[in-house]
Write a protein that binds this ligand. Sequence first.
Ligand SMILES: *[C@@H]1O[C@H](CO)[C@@H](O)[C@H](O)[C@H]1NC(C)=O
Ligand SMILES: *[C@@H]1O[C@H](CO)[C@@H](O)[C@H](O)[C@H]1NC(C)=O
Ligand SMILES: *[C@@H]1O[C@H](CO)[C@@H](O)[C@H](O)[C@H]1NC(C)=O
Ligand SMILES: *[C@@H]1O[C@H](CO)[C@@H](O)[C@H](O)[C@H]1NC(C)=O
Length: 206
Amino acid sequence: MDAVKTIVFLGLLRRALAIPKFPVNENHTKINYPTDVGSGEVNIFYTGFPAYHQMVIDQGYNVTAVNISLRNEAANLVKAGFNVYVLFQGPDQPVSNIADRMAGTHWGVDAVGWGQRGAGNSDVTYRFEDNLHQYRESAPLTPTVFNWGPDTLAESVTRRVPLNEDCTDKPGRLLAYEEICDPKLCEKTTVVTNGSLEDLLKGPGA
Ligand SMILES: *[C@@H]1O[C@H](CO)[C@@H](O)[C@H](O)[C@H]1NC(C)=O
Ligand SMILES: *[C@@H]1O[C@H](CO)[C@@H](O)[C@H](O)[C@H]1NC(C)=O
Ligand SMILES: *[C@@H]1O[C@H](CO)[C@@H](O)[C@H](O)[C@H]1NC(C)=O
Ligand SMILES: *[C@@H]1O[C@H](CO)[C@@H](O)[C@H](O)[C@H]1NC(C)=O
Protein backbone atom coordinates (compact mmCIF):
# COMPACT_ATOMS: atom_id res chain seq x y z
CA MET A 1 0.00 0.00 0.00
CA ASP A 2 2.76 2.40 1.01
CA ALA A 3 4.67 1.52 -2.14
CA VAL A 4 1.66 2.38 -4.29
CA LYS A 5 1.25 5.71 -2.48
CA THR A 6 4.89 6.49 -3.04
CA ILE A 7 4.64 5.76 -6.74
CA VAL A 8 1.56 7.96 -7.10
CA PHE A 9 3.25 10.72 -5.11
CA LEU A 10 6.41 10.58 -7.24
CA GLY A 11 4.26 10.74 -10.37
CA LEU A 12 2.59 13.93 -9.14
CA LEU A 13 5.88 15.36 -8.03
CA ARG A 14 7.41 14.76 -11.43
CA ARG A 15 4.49 16.51 -13.12
CA ALA A 16 4.77 19.46 -10.69
CA LEU A 17 8.46 19.79 -11.43
CA ALA A 18 8.11 19.46 -15.20
CA ILE A 19 10.20 22.21 -16.72
CA PRO A 20 8.35 24.28 -19.30
CA LYS A 21 10.03 24.35 -22.69
CA PHE A 22 10.72 27.69 -24.35
CA PRO A 23 11.66 28.01 -27.97
CA VAL A 24 15.36 28.81 -28.26
CA ASN A 25 17.39 30.13 -31.12
CA GLU A 26 20.36 27.80 -31.02
CA ASN A 27 22.61 30.40 -32.65
CA HIS A 28 22.21 32.67 -29.68
CA THR A 29 22.62 30.12 -26.95
CA LYS A 30 25.33 27.66 -27.91
CA ILE A 31 28.89 27.92 -26.69
CA ASN A 32 31.06 26.29 -29.32
CA TYR A 33 34.78 25.90 -29.85
CA PRO A 34 35.91 27.41 -33.13
CA THR A 35 35.98 24.73 -35.84
CA ASP A 36 37.58 24.51 -39.27
CA VAL A 37 39.83 27.49 -38.59
CA GLY A 38 43.39 28.14 -39.65
CA SER A 39 46.44 30.04 -38.54
CA GLY A 40 45.80 33.57 -37.29
CA GLU A 41 42.03 33.12 -37.27
CA VAL A 42 41.43 32.47 -33.57
CA ASN A 43 41.96 35.01 -30.78
CA ILE A 44 42.73 33.64 -27.33
CA PHE A 45 42.38 35.62 -24.10
CA TYR A 46 44.35 34.24 -21.13
CA THR A 47 44.27 35.50 -17.56
CA GLY A 48 45.85 34.32 -14.33
CA PHE A 49 48.34 35.38 -11.67
CA PRO A 50 51.71 36.91 -12.58
CA ALA A 51 54.47 34.45 -11.65
CA TYR A 52 56.01 36.74 -9.07
CA HIS A 53 52.80 37.66 -7.26
CA GLN A 54 53.12 37.28 -3.50
CA MET A 55 50.21 34.80 -3.50
CA VAL A 56 52.10 32.54 -5.93
CA ILE A 57 55.25 32.83 -3.80
CA ASP A 58 53.19 32.01 -0.71
CA GLN A 59 51.97 28.81 -2.34
CA GLY A 60 55.57 27.62 -2.53
CA TYR A 61 56.09 27.65 -6.29
CA ASN A 62 59.50 28.17 -7.86
CA VAL A 63 58.45 31.45 -9.39
CA THR A 64 61.56 31.74 -11.55
CA ALA A 65 60.54 28.50 -13.25
CA VAL A 66 56.90 29.59 -13.42
CA ASN A 67 57.91 32.89 -15.07
CA ILE A 68 59.85 30.99 -17.74
CA SER A 69 57.04 28.46 -18.28
CA LEU A 70 54.29 31.04 -18.68
CA ARG A 71 56.27 32.98 -21.29
CA ASN A 72 57.29 29.85 -23.20
CA GLU A 73 53.69 28.69 -23.23
CA ALA A 74 52.35 32.03 -24.47
CA ALA A 75 54.94 31.84 -27.25
CA ASN A 76 53.97 28.22 -27.96
CA LEU A 77 50.36 29.28 -28.48
CA VAL A 78 51.47 31.93 -30.96
CA LYS A 79 53.71 29.41 -32.73
CA ALA A 80 50.75 27.02 -32.88
CA GLY A 81 48.87 29.62 -34.94
CA PHE A 82 46.79 31.48 -32.35
CA ASN A 83 46.56 35.22 -31.69
CA VAL A 84 47.14 35.62 -27.98
CA TYR A 85 46.35 38.26 -25.38
CA VAL A 86 47.74 37.48 -21.93
CA LEU A 87 46.67 39.58 -18.97
CA PHE A 88 48.19 38.38 -15.70
CA GLN A 89 47.05 40.13 -12.53
CA GLY A 90 46.16 39.28 -8.95
CA PRO A 91 43.08 40.04 -6.83
CA ASP A 92 44.61 43.41 -5.94
CA GLN A 93 43.74 44.62 -9.45
CA PRO A 94 40.22 45.36 -10.76
CA VAL A 95 38.54 42.65 -12.83
CA SER A 96 37.35 45.50 -15.08
CA ASN A 97 40.84 45.37 -16.65
CA ILE A 98 39.67 42.16 -18.30
CA ALA A 99 36.58 43.90 -19.68
CA ASP A 100 38.75 46.73 -21.05
CA ARG A 101 41.17 44.37 -22.81
CA MET A 102 38.44 42.11 -24.19
CA ALA A 103 36.25 44.89 -25.58
CA GLY A 104 35.94 45.12 -29.36
CA THR A 105 37.58 41.79 -30.26
CA HIS A 106 35.96 38.46 -31.05
CA TRP A 107 37.51 35.83 -28.76
CA GLY A 108 37.51 32.20 -29.92
CA VAL A 109 38.53 30.88 -26.49
CA ASP A 110 39.14 32.50 -23.13
CA ALA A 111 41.17 30.85 -20.41
CA VAL A 112 41.98 31.04 -16.72
CA GLY A 113 45.35 30.12 -15.32
CA TRP A 114 46.30 27.28 -13.10
CA GLY A 115 46.24 27.77 -9.35
CA GLN A 116 43.30 30.13 -9.78
CA ARG A 117 40.84 27.76 -8.20
CA GLY A 118 41.97 28.50 -4.70
CA ALA A 119 43.97 25.75 -3.03
CA GLY A 120 42.46 26.74 0.31
CA ASN A 121 42.85 30.50 -0.19
CA SER A 122 39.48 32.24 -0.35
CA ASP A 123 40.91 35.39 -1.99
CA VAL A 124 42.17 33.25 -4.85
CA THR A 125 38.83 31.46 -5.17
CA TYR A 126 36.93 34.75 -5.22
CA ARG A 127 39.19 36.05 -7.98
CA PHE A 128 38.68 32.85 -9.97
CA GLU A 129 34.93 33.38 -9.78
CA ASP A 130 35.25 37.08 -10.66
CA ASN A 131 37.29 36.19 -13.74
CA LEU A 132 34.67 33.69 -14.88
CA HIS A 133 31.84 36.17 -14.31
CA GLN A 134 33.70 38.78 -16.33
CA TYR A 135 34.24 36.30 -19.18
CA ARG A 136 30.52 35.56 -19.18
CA GLU A 137 29.73 39.25 -19.43
CA SER A 138 32.42 40.21 -21.95
CA ALA A 139 32.08 37.19 -24.23
CA PRO A 140 28.98 35.15 -23.33
CA LEU A 141 29.35 32.62 -26.16
CA THR A 142 33.09 32.14 -25.92
CA PRO A 143 34.11 28.80 -24.39
CA THR A 144 36.42 28.92 -21.36
CA VAL A 145 39.30 26.51 -20.74
CA PHE A 146 41.59 25.93 -17.76
CA ASN A 147 45.16 24.80 -17.71
CA TRP A 148 46.43 22.41 -15.06
CA GLY A 149 49.91 23.79 -14.48
CA PRO A 150 52.22 26.51 -15.80
CA ASP A 151 53.39 24.27 -18.66
CA THR A 152 49.96 23.59 -20.13
CA LEU A 153 48.70 26.98 -21.35
CA ALA A 154 49.15 25.96 -24.97
CA GLU A 155 47.76 22.45 -24.57
CA SER A 156 44.67 23.73 -22.73
CA VAL A 157 43.72 25.47 -25.99
CA THR A 158 45.15 23.21 -28.71
CA ARG A 159 43.42 20.08 -27.37
CA ARG A 160 40.09 21.89 -27.84
CA VAL A 161 40.81 23.76 -31.07
CA PRO A 162 42.85 21.76 -33.56
CA LEU A 163 43.65 24.09 -36.46
CA ASN A 164 42.97 22.89 -39.97
CA GLU A 165 46.47 23.52 -41.32
CA ASP A 166 50.13 23.10 -40.44
CA CYS A 167 51.14 26.37 -38.78
CA THR A 168 54.88 25.68 -38.60
CA ASP A 169 55.67 28.60 -40.89
CA LYS A 170 52.47 30.51 -40.15
CA PRO A 171 52.44 31.61 -36.51
CA GLY A 172 49.68 33.68 -34.98
CA ARG A 173 50.32 37.04 -33.35
CA LEU A 174 51.20 38.03 -29.81
CA LEU A 175 48.50 40.65 -29.22
CA ALA A 176 49.97 41.47 -25.80
CA TYR A 177 51.63 39.99 -22.74
CA GLU A 178 50.67 42.19 -19.86
CA GLU A 179 51.49 41.76 -16.19
CA ILE A 180 49.72 44.21 -13.88
CA CYS A 181 50.78 44.17 -10.26
CA ASP A 182 51.17 46.54 -7.36
CA PRO A 183 54.93 47.18 -6.94
CA LYS A 184 54.50 46.24 -3.28
CA LEU A 185 53.45 42.73 -4.37
CA CYS A 186 55.60 42.10 -7.46
CA GLU A 187 59.12 43.41 -7.65
CA LYS A 188 58.90 43.80 -11.43
CA THR A 189 56.36 43.45 -14.24
CA THR A 190 56.59 43.06 -18.01
CA VAL A 191 54.38 44.51 -20.70
CA VAL A 192 54.96 43.49 -24.32
CA THR A 193 52.58 45.10 -26.77
CA ASN A 194 54.63 45.20 -29.96
CA GLY A 195 54.18 41.52 -30.69
CA SER A 196 57.81 40.59 -30.18
CA LEU A 197 58.27 36.98 -29.01
CA GLU A 198 61.91 37.81 -28.47
CA ASP A 199 60.94 40.48 -25.95
CA LEU A 200 58.46 38.09 -24.34
CA LEU A 201 61.03 35.32 -23.85
CA LYS A 202 64.10 37.35 -22.99
CA GLY A 203 62.64 40.51 -21.48
CA PRO A 204 61.77 43.77 -23.28
CA GLY A 205 64.66 45.29 -25.16
CA ALA A 206 66.80 42.15 -24.72
C1 LIG B 1 21.88 29.88 -37.45
O1 LIG B 1 22.70 30.64 -38.31
C2 LIG B 1 22.84 30.09 -39.59
C3 LIG B 1 23.86 30.93 -40.34
O2 LIG B 1 23.75 32.30 -40.06
C4 LIG B 1 21.49 30.04 -40.29
O3 LIG B 1 21.61 29.47 -41.57
C5 LIG B 1 20.55 29.19 -39.44
O4 LIG B 1 19.27 29.21 -40.01
C6 LIG B 1 20.48 29.71 -38.01
N1 LIG B 1 19.72 28.79 -37.16
C7 LIG B 1 18.80 29.21 -36.33
C8 LIG B 1 18.15 28.16 -35.49
O5 LIG B 1 18.50 30.38 -36.21
C1 LIG C 1 63.91 27.36 -9.82
O1 LIG C 1 63.82 27.27 -11.22
C2 LIG C 1 64.97 27.76 -11.89
C3 LIG C 1 64.66 27.77 -13.38
O2 LIG C 1 64.28 26.50 -13.80
C4 LIG C 1 66.18 26.92 -11.53
O3 LIG C 1 67.33 27.41 -12.18
C5 LIG C 1 66.36 26.96 -10.01
O4 LIG C 1 67.40 26.09 -9.64
C6 LIG C 1 65.09 26.56 -9.30
N1 LIG C 1 65.25 26.80 -7.88
C7 LIG C 1 64.99 25.90 -6.97
C8 LIG C 1 65.16 26.32 -5.54
O5 LIG C 1 64.64 24.76 -7.27
C1 LIG D 1 60.59 36.94 -16.03
O1 LIG D 1 61.29 36.57 -17.21
C2 LIG D 1 61.55 37.65 -18.10
C3 LIG D 1 62.15 37.08 -19.37
O2 LIG D 1 63.31 36.39 -19.10
C4 LIG D 1 62.44 38.67 -17.42
O3 LIG D 1 62.67 39.78 -18.27
C5 LIG D 1 61.74 39.15 -16.14
O4 LIG D 1 62.59 40.03 -15.44
C6 LIG D 1 61.37 37.98 -15.24
N1 LIG D 1 60.56 38.48 -14.14
C7 LIG D 1 61.07 38.75 -12.96
C8 LIG D 1 60.15 39.36 -11.97
O5 LIG D 1 62.21 38.48 -12.69
C1 LIG E 1 59.28 46.34 -28.46
O1 LIG E 1 59.16 47.41 -27.52
C2 LIG E 1 60.21 47.46 -26.55
C3 LIG E 1 59.92 48.57 -25.55
O2 LIG E 1 58.61 48.95 -25.54
C4 LIG E 1 61.52 47.68 -27.24
O3 LIG E 1 62.56 47.72 -26.27
C5 LIG E 1 61.78 46.56 -28.23
O4 LIG E 1 62.96 46.82 -28.95
C6 LIG E 1 60.61 46.45 -29.21
N1 LIG E 1 60.86 45.26 -30.00
C7 LIG E 1 60.58 45.20 -31.30
C8 LIG E 1 60.91 43.93 -31.98
O5 LIG E 1 60.05 46.13 -31.91
